[in-house]
Design a protein around this ligand. Sequence first.
Ligand code: AP5
Ligand code: ZN
Length: 216
Amino acid sequence: MRAVLLGPPGAGKGTQAQILASELSIPKVSTGDIFRANVSGGTELGLQAKEYMDRGDLVPDEITNAMVRDRLVQEDALQGFLLDGFPRNVSQAQVLNKILVELDEELDAVVELKVDEEEVVTRLSGRRSCRSCGYAHHTLYDPPTVAGVCDQCSGELFQREDDKEETIRHRMEVYREQTAPLVSFYADEGLLVTITATGTVEEVTARALAAMGRSS
Ligand code: AP5
Ligand code: ZN
């Protein structure tokens, strides 16, 4: 299975990618997670990406495309992958198509997670991410048992720099202008399946699996 999760910030891509990748036994490739790991590791890539991420802007295509290419040609991704957060504009989608041609592979599905803007702001302003395992708790929807401590791994929870309301609104704008055109791009390629991303996490997972032609 080679699939893309598409959707605005806070749609639940990261939450679903984690579960779906494990259900489907394929690696999850999340550009946001890779960038954040590089920022905390203080690497050159992290230094380049940080200022864009903190503002809620896209990291330049040259940097992002090279990073994704390197990841998709690794051994574990050759049997399939689930992309979370990439592609994010038409030019990245064209680069992905080129990488797939080189590998003699094709995408199987692009699953669009649909959720309205007010829900996104509520989800992101309440998100508390784990520094160790990346799990996303939510102050209302999925509060940790002990405040500030991840239920999954006991790691420390923190609020992402880009999860402040003003930056969330800017990320939504970037999504509308640069990423939303991918909906018609992939509809034209006959790959797009749109699902409602509200309801419980389990309900959304079941819809996503059905969209990919798998049952839960
Ligand atoms: P990235 O990390 O990809 O951020 P994003 O797309 O804005 O997505 P989020 O991680 O904010 O949200 P999500 O959809 O994963 O939601 P989640 O599952 O956490 O990118 C960050 C930055 O990196 C970008 O701004 C950019 O600078 C850079 N970047 C990344 N990729 C790039 C690219 N390709 N090109 C250029 N730059 C790139 O859920 C959100 C919250 O909701 C959580 O608290 C969760 O607990 C809760 N939740 C989830 N599902 C439900 C549910 N069903 N009901 C109730 N609550 C729920
Ligand atoms: Zn954790």
